[in-house]
Design a protein around this ligand. Structure first.
Ligand code: OXD
Ligand code: MN
Length: 662
């Protein structure tokens, strides 16, 4: 038996049956199991044939990893295998090679910063080609109304997946190197951490994974008897290449497929080299697969930043916050308070893994090791800490560059005002500030090590995580939604998060600006049936646990002239101050409304802000919310239908009653 149906099992347990009642000790059973495994593995090894191991010692890898590699090498037929160790030396070699090839170039104005341009057809996550593969459709998607396409989760059957894989993966790495990347999400060996192994034929992915996750040899030791998530990635362009490769960026946009098999903890990604499509530790593993693991193990994998906020009195509070892509999570996580005496320190900017501890508190870790932030709009004015973070050892993709070797993108105009620099835009063309179009792609990114952030929290790598007291949800809501409100219970918070909406952004393939539902900011990352996910949230509250309070914020409300009503950025500390005082139970801070508690006049510190239209900023307009209540009900009925937990339905009914009596 090959044990191939049990991806992480070292050997088919039936092999041990004859020995079970012989009185053999645990240790000798284990030995028999291992011996049997080696026999099985020898067969697998033969499959490797004479494939050269270009780097690393294949025989020292854990046997289950050897088998994974051998099987996939047999399928994808690379020219050789390169086992990564994550060292600087290894990165330097790859960088050197990529520079020679023209895929990467150095940004001379900094230390060890590089710029890369993709094929302009490969610039964002491709949600329409991202799938969850489960036997039953409703494990992945809700029982939506007749004729309604589910927007949360995208299901494919295992049979269809087999067909799709068969038409893509056999021989897809021909003439290329297959890199083996061992990585840990979360501090290596930590109780909340998980291990993955990514196979890829993209060296850009190797360099980026090294920034975004923890890649090193000790991951093999930490693996032990644990499972690992199997990540298989190919740019989908075997050699000899028949089409023209643009910008030395191999990809196959017509054939993109990103498929997840949650029960097998496996990810297959084909055709794209960029971002969430190819750095499989991030969205694919840490959200879509991890939310499945979290469901099974009783914790949460969420699209949230984690920040530590210290008040002038010296007390620190940890907050997690979920916003859809490109709504400023990175900016909030690194906020520079405009109120004196406050301090913010960043734990994470995109993903939180959270688990209740024995003490009943919710502990969060950032599973990532780097920031993959949207570059345009990031400047010393909006996020000086991010700017400081990416001054060295960072990779910039699809940004523009000046002829003096600096990065450039929209939002940096002020910094370059007097220089009128010669710019090469993201398409490689000459460009000047003021020219039509944009210099950088709207979804251009920096990938920078989190450890370089000047305000990274000293506990950001604490294996047990930091205790979360409040969870914030928010989105870009130009109309109707107040700056902040507190939900009145965990259940009401869950309902509010289920109703989360935001204007669309450039992080995925969507065009134009419209307000779109993005429940829990997880719409593109939902790993299983959303109704079940809501129930999971509800069930996490037990008598012994202190569930965090849940808030909703909106930094993006506009007045009748289309101008933002709130300055945002560093001034968002004023809202956090209000939230923390609410947590503390300070009196007279709130006014009850139909949707939750908004700040009472005078309860938010507005010192030095000048003219703020408070009433417009905080109002809960009856007309708007009556429409919204109808729209939300129709949305949840159509999208979640019978999978909607009764507690959430109850919250919806109650809130609608309150709104209709406005
Ligand atoms: C991201 C995203 O890249 O949410 O973080 O798209
Ligand atoms: Mn994100």
């Amino acid at each position: 038996p090959s044990g191939a149906d049990h991806p992480n099992m070292s050997v088919d347990p039936s092999l041990l049956t004859p020995y079970k009642n012989t009185g053999a000790s645990e240790a000798s059973l284990r030995q028999i199991s291992e011996d049997a495994f080696y026999v099985v593995n020898e067969v697998v090894m033969k499959r490797l044939g004479h494939l050269p191991i270009l780097k690393g010692d294949f025989h020292l890898l854990p046997p289950k990893v050897q088998r994974f590699i051998a099987e996939k090498a047999e399928l994808m037929r690379p020219r050789g295998i390169f086992i990564c160790d994550g060292t600087q030396h290894e990165a330097d070699d790859i960088i050197h090679k990529l520079i020679e090839r023209g895929m990467l170039s150095k940004l001379e104005a900094y230390e060890n910063n590089y710029i890369c341009r993709t094929d302009p057809k490969d610039v964002a996550r491709v949600e329409s080609k991202t799938w969850m593969v489960t036997k039953e459709k409703h494990q992945t998607v809700c029982r939506t109304a007749e004729g309604v396409e589910p927007i949360m989760g995208h299901w494919m059957s295992p049979e269809s997946l087999s067909t799709e894989l068969d038409s893509r993966f056999p021989g897809c790495m021909a003439g290329r190197t297959m890199y083996v990347i061992p990585f840990s999400m979360g501090p290596i060996g930590g109780p909340l951490s998980k291990i993955g192994v990514q196979l890829t034929d993209s060296n850009y992915v190797v360099l980026s994974m090294r920034v975004m996750t923890r890649v090193c040899n000790s991951v093999w030791d930490a693996l032990g008897d644990n499972d690992f998530v199997r990540c298989i990635h190919s740019v989908g362009l075997p050699r000899p290449v028949k089409q023209r490769v643009i910008n030395h960026w191999p990809c196959n946009p017509e054939r993109v497929l990103i498929a997840h098999r949650p029960p097998e903890r496996e990810i297959w990604s084909f055709g794209s080299g960029y971002g969430g499509n190819s750095l499989l530790g991030k969205k694919c593993f840490a959200l879509r697969i991890a939310s499945n693991i979290a469901y099974d193990e009783g914790w949460m994998a969420e699209h949230m930043l984690i920040m530590g906020v210290t008040r002038p009195c010296g007390r620190e509070h940890f907050i997690a916050a979920a916003f859809p892509s490109a709504c400023g999570k990175t900016n909030l996580a690194m906020l520079e308070p405009t109120l004196p005496g406050w301090k913010v320190r960043c734990v994470g900017d995109d993903i939180a893994w959270m688990k209740f501890g024995e003490d009943g508190r919710l502990y969060a870790i950032n599973p990532e090791a780097g920031f993959f932030g949207v570059a345009p709009g990031t400047s010393n004015r909006t996020n000086p800490m991010a700017v400081a973070t990416f001054q060295k050892n960072s990779i910039f993709t699809n940004v523009a560059e000046t002829t003096t070797g600096e990065y450039y993108w929209e939002g940096l105009e002020e910094d370059y005002k007097d220089k009128d620099p010669e710019i090469i835009n993201w398409l490689g063309e000459k460009w000047k500030i003021g020219d039509p179009g944009v210099a950088a792609h709207p979804n251009s990114r920096f990938a920078a090590p989190a450890s370089q952030c000047p305000i990274i929290h000293p506990d950001w790598e604490s294996p047990k995580g930091v205790p979360i007291e409040a969870i914030i949800f928010g989105g870009r809501r130009p109309a109707g939604v107040p700056l902040v409100f507190e939900t009145h219970s965990w259940e009401h918070g869950v309902f509010t998060a289920a109703c989360l909406k935001s204007e669309t952004t450039a992080a995925a393939e969507h065009k134009g600006k419209n307000v779109m539902h993005d429940p829990f900011a997880m719409r593109p990352f939902m790993g299983y049936n959303f109704g079940k996910y809501l129930q999971h949230w509800l069930d996490l509250k037990t008598e012994k646990r202190q569930v965090p309070k849940i808030y909703h914020v909106n930094w993006f409300r506009k007045d009748a002239d289309g101008k933002f009503l709130w300055p945002g950025f560093g001034d968002n500390i004023r809202v956090i101050d209000w939230i923390i005082r609410r947590l503390d139970g300070e009196a007279n801070l709130g006014v009850e409304t139909a949707i939750g508690t908004v700040p009472a006049p005078g309860s938010v510190d507005m010192s030095g802000l000048g003219d703020i239209k408070w009433d417009e900023l905080m109002s809960v307009p009856a007309d708007y919310w009556k429409e919204d209540a109808k729209e939300v009900r129709a949305f949840l009925e159509a999208q979640v239908g019978p999978d909607l937990p009764k507690e959430v339905r109850h919250e919806m009914d109650e809130q609608e009653k309150k709104i209709n009596s406005l």
